[in-house]
Design a protein around this ligand. Sequence first.
Ligand SMILES: [Zn+2]
Length: 410
Amino acid sequence: MTKLTLAVAVALVSAVFTDAQTPVSKKAWEIQNSSIVIDTHADTPQRFLDENYDMGSTDPKDRGHISLDKAKAGNLGAEFFSIWVEPETNQGHFAHHTLDLIDAVYEQAARHPDRMMMAFSVADIERAHREHKQAALLGIEGGHSIENDIRLLRDYYRLGVRYMTLSWSNTNEFADSSGDINNPKVEHHNGLTDGGKQIVLEMNRLGMLVDISHVADKTFYDAIAVSKAPVIASHSSARALTNHPRNMTDNMLRAVAKNGGVVQVNFYSAFVDENFRKAAEAQAKDRDAATKADAEQLKAAGKTVTYLDGDRVEREWYAKIPRPPLSSLIDHIDHIAKVAGIDHVGLGSDFDGVSGATPEGIDSAADLPKITQSLVDRGYSAGDIRKILGGNLLRAFREAERVSREMPSK
Ligand SMILES: [Zn+2]
């Protein structure tokens, strides 16, 4: 069958087959296309900086998860671009690198004014949707970016940052991280320090969402006790299904529901599939050694080691592990919807931040409709799917904006 006759055949059955295993039905497309689809975590800014990657890329060989074309194909309406500063290589200049990454996102929006716009509010996301533009939002991943200075937090807000993950995998001056909580060499605080609690309240006052992905469990409970606004987990999955400390326990899921927040499911294979997690853990030592050896080699050759170098080596290692089925990811959405409730689950892909380790069929933002199809298959209503695709995040964001307006400035 030629490509053309295949296309005609596909049109005849009024379904678009984006993947052999997951055809997307007319019904799923209708839900997808009538939703404001929001993803709360993509690491694409590393690419903007390190490889001069452009959102307008049409390179069919590009392995990245996000481009304007891919976003359009999946009807992705808003993306929170992650402003993530690697804490080892950027020692001494976290703020500088934070500003470079923020600039890189603005430059992308400036290059594509007809297809992309910076967004700072719920109203902006809705406007971008009406104008058929990709809304670009900023989220800082890791409190170390503020260099323990609440003034920098306010500056970042003024530059447009609308969430901050209290910690990345490293414990910082005010928040313990799940990434090093069992490392006795790291000085911990038993959750959030008093200063950390002030930072949470200042984020509430500014209208910056408090993101609890990556934090240690105690930090999570401290943050949720202090926050006057809904919190988000910008990219976290369920620990009951995949036993990773980055994932959230059922108790944590229920606490987010009580707080009115939302848990945005991470697509990373090691967070959504127990078999993949175990296999990835088993090769971790060798994988890390290979990444380190590669970096040393580059340094010896006088080259700068970037995020993408590590990414390249990790891809080779992850490729040795069978990809989990898409149903593993859907199981997490399903579980969080059951435990926390349908109003408290959304999508936080971690696109461009997982070295290609995503479930089968999910190779870029263009594949998001397959998630919608899977939810249709599991009996979710159109209204409930719209909540998962973005409605819940908009509600939490709107509430954080309202809380901000009601908190007095000091
Ligand atoms: Zn992350």
